[in-house]
Structures are given as structure tokens and as C-alpha cells.
Design a protein around this ligand. Structure first.
Ligand SMILES: [Zn+2]
Ligand SMILES: [Zn+2]
Length: 331
């Protein structure tokens, strides 16, 4: 095979276009991967809608990639042809900035991000830096494993950032929340799910995954929260979550983009409540989560689309019509 197909974004605000391209060759340290499934994440939507600055253009979105190694570049070790691998959002780091040197490569000064500043997985093939690819636990099939690569990994980093919260609120019940609630309940936490007001289907979905309670984001949970994670890109949820957490409680913003946060009285932040954000992931996060995930027995709810229906998947995500995670199934 000498050609590949990809769904390409030429300019933010436009639909993706299917293009044929010559099959790329992996450079030193890289692997060529034949994509079998690629999750559709809210970050892809932010890239496509022009809400994130300076994407590489044209760009192939997609950073929840599951595939098989098709070719190895010079010097690659630890992977074999045909092996199943996952490719996440963190595509490369510089390795020498102060952040890389202090175990905070998620904050690298010169990173590459899959599907944003290097081509991603809305394609039949992609090339990745092998040092940032991972073997995947065998229990889940390709489409079911894809959402672990971002919703799972960055969800996990957000969850870790929330600390040892016995009562945990999750605002925004999309792909990340539906994974995290299963892990949290398995770890003995009481999880409270917050959705758009009146979204009875999403609330039922949250309860079906083990949430002790689910309601609208304007509602008070049945008990004060030790911590809350906000996955929905809605700034007004920050003061709402602050009101729901106890003294010393923490509000974790897990998304890459959010609408402006409205002003709020200092009294709801006082008593050592904290607001923190989560950016990207480290490879250590990935190794840790991929080791824990199989033990939790978690299942992912995926809505499958063929590759050439990527725009429909993005529209369904934008319109809040999905339960669980959208996944493009390439083969
Ligand atoms: Zn760096
Ligand atoms: Zn993502």
C-alpha cells in the first residue's frame, strides 16, 4: 500500500475533508501505525471550531488512537510490527526544559500534541514518536479502548488531582466522566454526577454507571463534596462547584478550554477551597492509568462512526447528543 486516507481540517470552522495522501515513512524514533479506531474528544471539537490557538494547518485531528504497528523507524525499541498500540494527546516533549527535567512533562515548553500540532488519528495511518506510544491492556477491543487514551488518561490526572475525596462531584457527564465514575466507585468513592439541567437521560446514564446521585448542575448534592471535577467547558460551573464543596475542598477544571468564569463572592472560595486546572498528561499518568484500568473492570460506552462520518461525530458531540464516547472505526 502506498496511499493513506485522512479526514483533514484545512481551516478552523470548516468541515473536515477526506483526502488521499502518500503513506508516510516513519523517521528515526517513530512508528507508522495502521489506525483501527480513534476516539473523538471535546478537544478535537475545540481545534475544529478554532477555540485553540495556532493549530498546525492543515491538520488531521484525533488523539485517542488505537492501531497496529505497520513499520518501525530507525532506532525504535520496545515495539514489534503488528503490535497493538495506543497514541495519546501528548505527542512529544523537548526533554530538557525545566518542566521536562522536573517530572512535569505535561507542561513542557516545546511540546507536540497529537491531532493539534502534529497529525493525528482521523486517518487510516499515522506516524507517532514511539516514546509516547503505549501497549494497551488486552481486555478491551480497539474501539472500546480508544476513549481510554484521552478521556481516560486526562480524566485520571484530574481524578488524582482531586485527592482522596470520599464524596466526589463530577460536572459534565461525557466521555471522561463515564470512565472515571466507574474507577471511583470501584475505589469506594461516593460519586455525584451533574449534568445539564433537565437532562434526564444523562442523569440516568450516570446512575447506571454507579453514581450515588445525579442531578442538574444548579442543584445541591445530597451531601457536601470533598472535591469536584469539572469536565464540561462551562465557566459558570466553577462557582457552582465551589458552592458544593466543603471547607478545604478542591475544584479541578479538567478541560483544555472553558467559557469565561463569572465573578463570584470571595466567601465561596474562602475556608481554603481551591480551584486548580489540569493540563495534558505525563507518560507516568498513562502507565499508571493503563495499569489500573483493567483491574477496575471498567467498560466504555462507545458510539461508532465510520471514518468518513467524522463530521457527523463532531456534530453529535457539539450538540450533546452522545452517551459515552464517539469513536471512528477505521477498519
Ligand atoms: Zn520540555
Ligand atoms: Zn482529548
Amino acid at each position: 500500500m502506498t496511499m493513506m486516507r485522512a479526514m483533514v481540517l484545512d481551516r478552523p470552522g470548516q468541515p473536515l475533508v477526506m483526502r488521499e495522501r502518500p503513506l508516510p515513512q516513519p523517521g528515526p524514533g517513530e512508528i507508522l501505525v495502521a489506525v483501527s479506531a480513534c476516539g473523538v474528544c471535546r478537544t478535537d471539537l475545540h481545534v475544529v471550531d478554532g477555540e485553540l490557538p495556532h493549530p498546525k494547518l492543515p491538520i488531521v485531528p484525533g488523539h485517542e488512537i488505537v492501531g497496529r504497528v505497520a513499520a518501525l523507524g530507525e532506532g525504535v525499541t520496545g515495539f514489534a510490527a503488528g503490535q497493538r498500540v495506543g497514541i495519546p494527546w501528548l505527542g512529544a516533549t523537548c526533554g530538557h526544559c525545566p518542566y521536562c527535567r522536573s517530572d512535569r512533562e505535561n507542561l513542557c515548553d516545546a511540546p507536540l500534541f497529537t491531532g493539534y500540532t502534529r497529525d493525528g488519528g482521523f486517518a487510516t495511518h499515522t506516524v507517532a514518536d514511539a516514546r509516547f506510544c503505549f501497549a494497551l491492556p488486552p481486555r478491551l477491543d480497539d474501539a472500546s479502548a480508544a476513549p481510554l487514551l484521552c478521556a481516560g488518561l486526562i480524566g485520571w490526572r484530574s481524578y488524582r488531582m482531586a485527592g482522596a475525596a470520599a464524596a466526589l462531584g463530577i460536572y459534565g457527564f461525557g466521555a471522561a466522566a463515564h470512565i472515571l465514575v466507574q474507577v471511583a466507585v470501584w475505589q469506594g468513592r461516593r460519586v455525584y454526577g451533574f449534568t445539564r439541567p433537565g437532562d434526564a437521560a444523562a442523569q440516568a446514564f450516570a446512575r447506571s454507571l454507579g453514581a450515588a446521585w445525579a442531578g442538574g448542575s444548579e442543584e445541591a448534592p445530597p451531601e457536601p463534596l470533598d472535591a469536584a471535577i469539572i469536565f464540561a467547558p462551562v465557566g459558570a460551573l466553577v462557582p457552582a462547584a465551589l458552592r458544593a464543596v466543603k471547607k478545604g475542598g478542591r475544584v479541578v477544571c479538567g478541560g483544555i478550554h472553558m467559557s469565561d468564569i463569572p465573578s463570584f463572592p470571595y466567601a465561596i472560595l474562602w475556608e481554603e477551597r481551591q480551584i486548580v486546572s489540569v493540563a495534558n498528561l505525563t507518560r507516568a499518568d498513562a502507565r499508571e492509568f493503563l495499569a489500573v484500568a483493567p483491574d477496575s473492570g471498567l467498560k466504555t460506552a462507545v458510539v461508532r462512526y465510520p471514518l468518513d462520518r467524522a463530521n457527523a461525530a463532531l456534530d453529535d458531540l457539539r450538540g450533546g447528543r452522545l452517551q459515552g464516547a464517539a469513536v471512528l472505526c477505521v477498519t
